[in-house]
Design a protein. Structure first.
Length: 247
């Protein structure tokens, strides 16, 4: 889908458009899963200001149609921050960049993730379409499609490497916000999972505790050596030997 809009047309801005579809998400996972991916990106791309990850945010692609609202999406080559009020919506005729990846988390009530939404994203030519269905038991819960030759092609392996963004995406059972379950994560090219903010904090706390433990053990060894030396000195004196004598 080419981003061709008439520059002379009076197109609405983000401030003129609704910033919500007024439909609440079906469950907490549809917020937490993309929110976790966004939080990890904010760590690993902390020095970069050329990306934006939207969570449950409207994407306006046609001035005459309502926004589409994926659970999450990633754009590269756009300002990470517009101004202090941040983005209200993602308006293509203002951004001039298609998202490179969209994410849909399937709830118990499907919303066209495998049919109408998939077709819509294909028509927009969004490069990667990621679907996570935690309800599945026999089929793969995570599917990553790449737009190739006019259609979405299912990618194999996991994590799936996305060379255009130099990240992989996959799933693991870990604990996040006190909830132990399967979550989606980013991975490096070697397949190593990037840690979450919580995990990095816990690691830092563990390193601090280990350093404190090493310091305490060193102090205890020094104290024990001092006590031993004092006991030896007292023993020598009881034998009539001056431990401080040089002769």
């Amino acid at each position: 889908m080419l981003l061709k809009y008439n520059p002379l047309a009076c197109l609405p801005s983000a401030e003129d458009l609704p910033d919500s579809d007024d439909t609440p998400v079906d469950n907490q996972l549809q917020h937490l899963i993309p929110g976790l991916l966004e939080a990890i990106l904010a760590l690993i791309w902390a020095e970069r200001m050329d990306w934006f990850f939207g969570v449950d945010m409207g994407i306006y692609y046609d001035p005459d149609l309502p926004a589409i609202v994926p659970d999450g999406f990633l754009s590269i080559g756009v300002p990470r921050v517009i101004d202090e009020d941040l983005r209200l919506s993602y308006v293509l005729w203002e951004e001039q960049k298609l998202p490179i990846l969209v994410l849909e988390v399937v709830s118990q009530k499907r919303r066209g993730e495998y049919t109408s939404k998939k077709q819509m994203y294909a028509e927009m030519e969004i490069l990667y379409y990621v679907v996570y269905n935690p309800q599945r038991r026999r089929k793969p819960r995570l599917e990553v499609y790449r737009f190739t030759n006019g259609e979405y092609v299912l990618q194999t392996g996991e994590p799936v490497w996305l060379p255009e963004i130099s990240l992989g995406i996959g799933k693991e059972t870990r604990t996040y916000q006190g909830i132990t379950r399967e979550w989606l994560y980013w991975y490096n090219q070697e397949g190593k999972r990037y840690l979450t903010p919580e995990e990095l904090t816990l690691e830092a706390q563990q390193r601090t505790l280990e350093a404190q433990q090493r310091t305490l053990e060193a102090e205890q060894r020094a104290l024990a050596a001092e006590r031993k030396a004092k006991m030896l000195e007292e023993r020598l004196r009881s034998l009539g030997i001056d431990p401080n004598s040089t002769t």
